[in-house]
Design a protein around this ligand. Structure first.
Ligand SMILES: *[C@@H]1O[C@H](CO)[C@@H](O)[C@H](O)[C@H]1NC(C)=O
Length: 267
């Protein structure tokens, strides 16, 4: 263990090999209020409300303003400042209504889209309309039973938080059946936002600005086994993870891109 800078407290003893996960972060230019990484892309909302995508080390404006943006297997989606929903189709935004006015959206599920409105009703759009809608005609959003202020889906399950910061998970959600079964499973802990990545990792931020990672989430153990507090510098407001990179927005809007590096030591 000597000589290591271990930022993250996960320490697994397996035989004579110590495995530690260290979080290494670097600053990314820009001041953001929300960020979403998925399917190899990273999008966000600048402090002044513009929708941007991270390309080659810069935030490129996507000719729109918004409240929330999400990118993933279902493409690029945003909630406008007025709560209307838009998706990026070919080379521009098309409005995808009616869904009620949303406050949050997530395109990380298996080509379907979910979101919440200001009274915390939950909506979703199956993969067929989510992928094929080109701006003509209408689409049928579905109501998902329950109340959440933030909802995010991945390959194994959908995770959300309600007004009380309680954490709830729904299993059995698919692109054909985005509303899934009625049942919600309560997960111990308290978070004000939670994001499931396209590869199923779960991260969140609590009301104090602490970042957490759910340990041990897999197809065989969809609820995982516990929360790990990630010791990042300062307090955070938002996180999103994709392909090895954890994107963190600090309380002041600064952005950090962090990666987990595994270090091995043989005794
Ligand atoms: C949210 O959706 C529910 C269900 O459709 C609706 O009754 C409610 O008025 C909506 N709230 C807002 C603020 O749009």
């Amino acid at each position: 263990m000597r000589g290591w800078i271990v930022c993250v407290g996960l320490l697994v003893l397996s035989g004579i090999v110590w495995v530690a996960e260290a979080l290494q972060c670097e600053a990314v230019p820009g001041v953001l209020k929300q960020i979403d990484a998925g399917a190899g892309r990273v999008c966000g909302i600048l402090k002044e409300g513009k929708v941007v995508e991270f390309r080659d080390g810069h935030w490129v404006e996507l000719e729109a303003s918004g409240k929330h943006v999400s990118v993933g297997p279902a493409g690029l989606w945003r909630v406008g400042v007025d709560g209307l929903v838009f998706k990026w189709f070919r080379s521009g935004w098309v409005q995808v209504n009616p869904a009620g006015n949303l406050i949050q959206i997530d395109a990380g599920g298996d080509k379907f889209v979910v979101g919440c409105n200001a009274s915390h009703s939950i909506f979703c759009l199956n993969h067929r309309p989510a992928l094929s809608y080109d701006g003509t005609g209408s689409v049928s959003w579905m109501a998902v039973p329950g109340k959440l202020k933030y909802y995010s889906c991945g390959p194994v399950g959908c995770w959300g938080v309600n007004q009380l910061d309680e954490i709830h998970v729904k299993l059995g959600v698919s692109g054909n059946s985005c509303h899934g079964p009625e049942k919600w499973y309560r997960i111990p802990g308290s978070l004000s936002m939670v994001e499931v990545s396209v590869d199923g990792e779960v991260h969140g931020v609590n009301k104090h600005g602490w970042v957490y990672k759910r340990i041990g989430v897999s197809a065989c153990n969809p609820f995982g086994s516990g929360w790990e507090h990630l010791r990042v510098a300062g307090l955070s407001s938002h996180v999103s993870y994709d392909r090895g990179a954890l994107w963190i927005i600090c309380r002041n809007g600064d952005v950090q891109r962090c990666s987990f590096s595994e270090a091995l030591s043989f005794e």
